[in-house]
Design a protein around this ligand. Structure first.
Ligand code: ADP
Length: 170
């Protein structure tokens, strides 16, 4: 056991984060219990503008995680594995909510393994209370006049209501 090389365990959590929800936040907190450094990587498609711009999504993530020195927030528009290679991450973190996530995630993990065999995808089961939380569902609720304060950090709730709410703030 002597002379065992001490290496930082770096993981990347790629997601659209459009916007960040408490479901993502739960995965981030649990990942920090296992890995030394965590990159929150905003997956950004230049041809498909989301509800929030790349910079808005990054700003929300930074305002929520700004005090955590082990987290780095960034965006990427290349393949997740290429990005993982660039930053020296050997682990890709993903969350699993239901069987409906499973098929897509399984295929993606196998393709990533083919492209970059050294990388492992680590799946975390969604916590029970966030099983039904997704960015798209929350956006729909806000569009239809409901609040989503129970499911997102305060700053995100504010931005969602400003962007999509029926009653625009004064
Ligand atoms: P996309 O796959 O379009 O980037 P998301 O940003 O919502 O969609 O999801 C990215 C990752 O975060 C996925 O692995 C997804 O399973 C996970 N995730 C999203 N919402 C939750 C949640 N409520 N609980 C656990 N994991 C979640």
């Amino acid at each position: 056991m002597a002379n065992r090389e001490i290496r930082e365990k770096v993981a990347v959590f790629p997601a659209s984060f459009d916007p960040l929800t408490n479901g993502h936040l739960d995965i981030v907190e649990r990942a920090l219990g296992i890995f030394d450094r965590l990159f929150l990587a905003v997956a950004f498609n230049i041809e498909k503008e989301g509800t929030f711009s790349k910079d808005e999504r990054i700003a929300m993530l930074r305002s929520v995680f700004g005090d955590e020195p082990r987290i780095e927030v960034t965006a990427f528009d290349n393949l997740t594995v290429d990005f993982a290679m660039e930053i020296g991450a050997k682990v890709i973190i993903r969350g699993l909510r239901a069987m409906s996530d499973f098929e897509y995630e399984f295929e993606m993990a196998l393709m990533n393994k083919h492209l970059y065999p050294e990388v492992e995808t680590v799946f975390m089961m969604a916590s029970q209370k966030y099983l039904y939380v997704s960015s798209s569902r929350l956006k729909e609720l806000v569009r239809l006049g409901r609040t989503v304060d129970a499911f997102v950090p305060e700053i995100v709730a504010k931005k969602l209501h400003e962007r999509l709410g029926r009653v625009k703030p004064a």
